[in-house]
Design a protein around this ligand. Structure first.
Ligand code: C2E
Ligand code: MG
Ligand code: MG
Length: 698
């Protein structure tokens, strides 16, 4: 089942690829929110760090105020500036702070903002504008901000970033043990120490954050991987369910159509056989539904094994299976049918009950049908339906089945039995030499003596036989009957040949030539006494097989006649290629020949062509003396038609031949008597009264 796997697994494989791609996309996309989250947290952490720096700066300023400023200014009011004693103490207490650069600026301001003391200029405080921050701090609300120390006036405070130089603070100064605000301490503390401490904790935090987020992402990815796997498994499971028959596990109708499409896309011709189990409902009711299911599973197994490794089997209906058969070449159909038949030949044993397995098969080939997979399957279905109706085992699809008539189906159903029951008959119609009237050969035309419907012409049942496998037994019967007839004429008509008709479907039968020659040999009939007529259309439909079969027969001595010539569109090249002894001008050119220049032109052309290729030319459908005269004057060799006689049963033909012989002898003796008279070139038969037995079919 190699190819079945290929075709079936295609979609599943595609899904597997899609799964991995989906996961990769998910993994990438999920990184984005993780990265954004990381960025946001990082910003929050930075903000927190700055905030901490500011709080620590305020605490430090408060400590400086408590430890160094407040003791230095004492309890005195500072309304009129600081005293020199206070200034001395302040210089002493702030010297170390300013000296080690742990404080960048230290100013003591009055509550109104005037600088009372500046550690950088202890004796000469600069005059600067009053800052709002001072008033705010004096009101008891400490002020803190990041600063770049670029300009006193427009210090772009409260902005973090690489260029931040310091943290500026304003805190209220109280005399020791009092809550009265006497001044405001303005400090600028270097930002870097805070930033370093912050950077260290930021690094630790970032590491923790990246690690945490990484783990989070991996957990998410793992979760999604396992979810994707489960989803994929579920998708595969549902794809399998959508493509499979639950009972037998075989592909279902939908999957089968996809398989057909796959082969069609590969431009490979295929055969489709729809196998219907006969009377499955009865089986099901008799052995019970569970056993019925087991029965179907067993049939599924057998069919799969039977067509393996060439074909593929699907269950396309309750009791219907379909076989896709890509081995299309010569004999492909026979091999498919043989595989199906041998797989279904034996009884099925279910729960100890042995059940007969009977199947009906409808076959359609992709070369016959122009539509899509559904059409091919429908045509095979139609053929199966026709086979069931006709109670036949195998029916091949033909366009005629589209307009299937139940009445015709019933007839097809009876035909098989009719052959065995001897209801077929051969009627014979002579081919006469148009100059001498001599009968060299008679054409055997089959009829069916139907017990209820009366005598049926070949048009009523030969096409039915062609669409079913019945054309083989029918042709076999004709061959045997013709051989038997030749034998029975061996004394009275030892040189009379019989021609039989082959249909296009006979070309499929590899054993036909062999069978025919065996029949002749068994009856001791020389091959030269039998002729085979095949229509031009059938021969050119499959020229290779026609050449094989006809060549084989011709080599053995059987004469070959190309029937209904002119109806088809044989290229002259293929005509020279076919092993043919005789051309029969199609009767459509013979009927009304007298009145149509075009028909005369065609008839003349075919006669000239046949002669040029060394063939005998026979005109069929001669109904009038005028037509006979015209054809004779054109050089046509033989003629056949109602003018001379209708096809008739063997005994009638024997009587006709005797009468005809008498008549010819009479003409001969008359022409002997007038031997000296001028020769009138006209057909011997044209001026004769010909006895015309009536053909009931005419
Ligand atoms: P065909 O081989 O071309 O046979 C000639 C048909 O023309 C016969 O029809 C015959 O009765 C009819 N015919 C003969 N003379 C005249 C005439 O003057 N005017 C007209 N209008 N028709 C004439 P039939 O017997 O009904 O057979 C029809 C076709 O059935 C045959 O055409 C042949 O293709 C097919 N057929 C007959 N017997 C067999 C057979 O045993 N096997 C197969 N495969 N096909 C057969
Ligand atoms: Mg014929
Ligand atoms: Mg014909």
């Amino acid at each position: 089942m190699g190819r079945w796997n290929q075709v079936d697994r295609g979609p599943v494989d595609r899904r597997t690829g899609t799964g991995s791609r989906l996961f990769a996309i998910y993994a990438l996309v999920s990184l984005i929110p993780v990265a954004v989250l990381g960025g946001v947290v990082n910003q929050l952490v930075r903000h927190e760090i700055d905030d901490r720096a500011l709080s620590e700066a305020v605490a430090r300023a408060q400590t400086i105020s408590d430890a160094s400023i407040e003791p230095a200014i004492g309890s005195g009011a500072l309304d009129h500036g600081i005293s020199s004693a206070q200034r001395r103490r302040l210089i002493a207490s702030t010297a170390s702070l300013h000296g080690d650069a742990s404080v960048l600026r230290l100013r003591l301001r009055s509550a109104t903002g005037t600088i009372l003391f500046d550690a950088s200029h202890p004796h000469d405080a600069p005059k600067v504008a009053v800052d709002d921050e001072v008033k705010q701090a004096a009101a008891g609300v400490p002020v803190r901000a990041l600063t770049r120390m670029n300009n006193d006036e427009v210090d772009l405070a409260n902005r973090s970033g690489a260029d931040v130089a310091a943290v500026e603070t304003y805190v209220a100064v109280h005399p020791p043990g009092s809550s009265r605000v006497v001044a405001v301490l303005e400090t600028y503390l270097p930002y870097q120490p805070f930033a370093d401490t912050a950077a260290a904790s930021e690094r630790r935090l970032t590491e923790a954050l990246v690690g945490g987020l990484g783990i989070l992402w991996m957990i998410l990815a793992l979760v999604s991987w396992s979810v994707t796997r489960k989803l994929r498994a579920t998708a595969e499971e549902s794809a399998w369910l959508a493509h499979s028959d639950q009972l037998t596990g075989l592909p279902n109708r939908h999957a089968f159509s996809e398989m057909i499409e796959a082969w069609a896309d590969a431009d490979h011709p295929i055969l489709v056989g729809v196998v219907d189990i006969a009377r499955f409902r009865e089986v099901n009711e008799t052995i019970g539904h569970d056993n019925g299911d087991r029965f179907l599973c067993d049939v599924a197994r057998r069919l799969s094994a039977g067509v393996d490794p060439v074909g593929m089997v699907a269950r396309v209906g309750g009791d219907q299976f379909a076989v896709l058969w890509p081995d299309f070449g010569a004999g492909g159909e026979s091999r498919m049918l043989a595989a199906i038949q041998s797989a279904t030949a034996e009884q099925v044993s279910v729960a100890g009950i042995r059940v007969n397995l009977e199947v009906t098969v409808g076959v359609a080939s992709s070369t016959q049908i122009t539509g899509d997979a559904a059409d091919l399957l429908r045509c095979a279905d139609l053929a199966t339906h026709a086979a069931k109706e006709a109670r036949l085992i195998v029916v091949g699809y033909t366009p005629e089945l589209e307009a299937f008539d139940p009445d015709r189906l019933e007839l097809a159903g009876e035909l098989g039995e009719a052959i065995a029951a001897g209801q077929l008959k051969l009627h014979y119609q002579p081919k006469l030499n148009l100059i001498t009237g001599h009968v060299r050969s008679v054409e055997a035309l089959v009829r069916w003596e139907h017990p209820e419907r009366g005598l049926l012409p070949p048009a009523d049942f030969v096409p039915l036989a062609e669409t079913t496998s019945l054309i083989r037994p029918l042709t076999a019967w004709v061959v045997e009957e013709a051989a038997r007839q030749i034998v029975s004429w061996r004394h009275d008509h030892p040189a009379l040949s019989v021609s039989i008709n082959f249909s296009a479907r006979n070309l499929d039968d590899n054993r036909l030539a062999e069978h025919l020659l065996q029949v002749l040999a068994a009856a001791r009939v020389p091959a030269s006494r039998l002729e085979v007529e095949i229509t031009e259309t059938a021969a050119i439909a499959d020229p290779t097989r026609a050449k094989d079969l006809l060549g084989h027969l011709r080599q053995a001595g059987v004469r070959i006649s190309l029937d209904d010539f002119g109806q088809g569109s044989t290229s002259l090249v293929s005509l020279t290629d076919l092993p043919v002894d005789e051309l029969k001008i199609d009767r459509s050119f013979v009927l009304g020949l007298e009145k149509s220049d075009a028909k005369r032109a065609v008839a003349e052309f075919v006669i000239a062509l046949g002669h040029r290729l060394g063939m005998l030319v026979v005109a069929e459908g001669i109904e009038t003396e005028n037509a006979a005269t015209l054809l004779t004057s054109m050089g046509c060799d033989e003629g056949q038609g109602y003018l001379f006689c209708h096809p008739m049963p063997a005994d009638e033909l024997e009587r006709w031949l005797v009468d005809h012989q008498h008549m010819l002898s009479e003409v001969a003796s008359r022409s002997d008597a007038t031997a000296d008279a001028p020769v009138v070139v006209e057909p011997a038969l044209g001026s004769l009264e010909v006895e015309r037995p009536t053909d009931p079919l005419a």
